[in-house]
Design a protein around this ligand. Structure first.
Ligand code: ZN
Length: 296
């Protein structure tokens, strides 16, 4: 007996990124008909695989190439002067091209790598060489007025990468939604909740101009808050005497806002990897059950 499978659907094995539960899910065969893409994005609703909602990426062979949690951490509201960005820079890339070709998961990985001070390489197919200029201009635009990423971001075709591998020995390397190299384990050993929040702002916003400005604003916010923390750390404060409650209090007073504990952990990770400063007893004196509730 052949496996009964509807002509319209193909079964795909998916794994929940949170609880690791597996399931076979019918996916419409025609998801690749409309666009000339190598991967398609599908949202798995709650109670399909498990109680979690997530996003999967499927290749043309109907094999799942990656799963991403769809929940995210919202950044604090900060009233900053929005620095006017040069409009001419914006003409160097097409936002629709970015949204169609750069996967949200790949954007999350890129943000994580660059914010953590790593070098990042995105590999594109040889026939998509035109994307290089768009990706370069887009990334330098969203990092303008915040972190210096010159010489830190690169885009190469498969062919160019193959003949220049040595140059990228230390890079975080991304192709589609796959991580080809992550020596410092920036992606594998951390949750990407904050980056998912940033990516969400960019992909869900229907106004192209607004979506780029908001994403740039998110990165500027990260820079502003990490700079505040660096000031605190350099201001004669002994790192060993600080803990998480004190840091959150400080940020909330300085910027008159509420700061999520997970967001604060993310800022401290940036400081740890970018500036080699960390607090030895971060959760000292904090009741764990309370902390657990807060971080949910
Ligand atoms: Zn689950």
């Amino acid at each position: 007996m052949p496996i009964l499978e509807s002509d319209a659907n193909k079964e795909v094995l998916v794994i929940c990124p949170k609880c690791k539960k597996q399931a076979r899910i019918p996916i419409p065969q025609n998801i690749f008909k409309e666009v000339n893409k190598t991967l398609a994005t599908v949202r798995i609703e709650k109670n399909v695989t498990c109680e979690h909602e997530f996003i999967i990426y499927i290749d043309r062979n109907f094999v799942s190439r990656g799963e991403m949690a769809s929940d995210y951490i919202i950044s604090p509201v900060i009233s900053t002067e929005r620095i006017e960005l040069k409009k001419d820079l914006m003409s160097e890339f097409d936002i629709t091209i970015i949204k169609v070709n750069l996967y949200p998961l790949a954007l999350c990985y890129t943000l994580r790598g660059l914010l953590f001070g790593s070098q990042v390489l995105i590999i594109i197919e040889d026939e998509n060489e035109f994307l290089r200029q768009h990706y370069n201009a887009f990334i330098s635009y969203i990092f303008s007025n915040s972190f210096d990423i010159s010489q830190k971001f690169a885009v190469e075709t498969v062919k160019n990468y193959e003949s220049n591998k040595k140059k990228y020995k230390e890079y975080l390397i991304i192709k589609n939604v796959d991580i080809l190299q992550d020596k410092k384990k920036f992606i594998k050993s951390h949750d990407l909740g904050v980056e998912r929040g940033m990516a969400n702002i960019f992909y869900e916003n229907t106004s192209p101009l607004e979506s780029v400005l908001l994403l740039n604003n998110e990165v500027q916010k990260v820079a502003l808050l990490t700079n505040s923390l660096l000031k605190l750390f350099n201001n004669g404060n002994q790192l060993k005497n600080l803990n998480m409650s004190m840091i959150i209090d400080y940020l909330e007073k300085t910027h008159e806002t509420k700061v999520n504990i997970k967001y604060c952990e993310f800022l401290l990770q940036i400081i740890k990897y970018r500036y080699q400063k960390s607090i030895p007893n971060l959760y000292r004196g904090m009741e764990f059950s309370k902390f657990y509730k807060l971080s949910k």
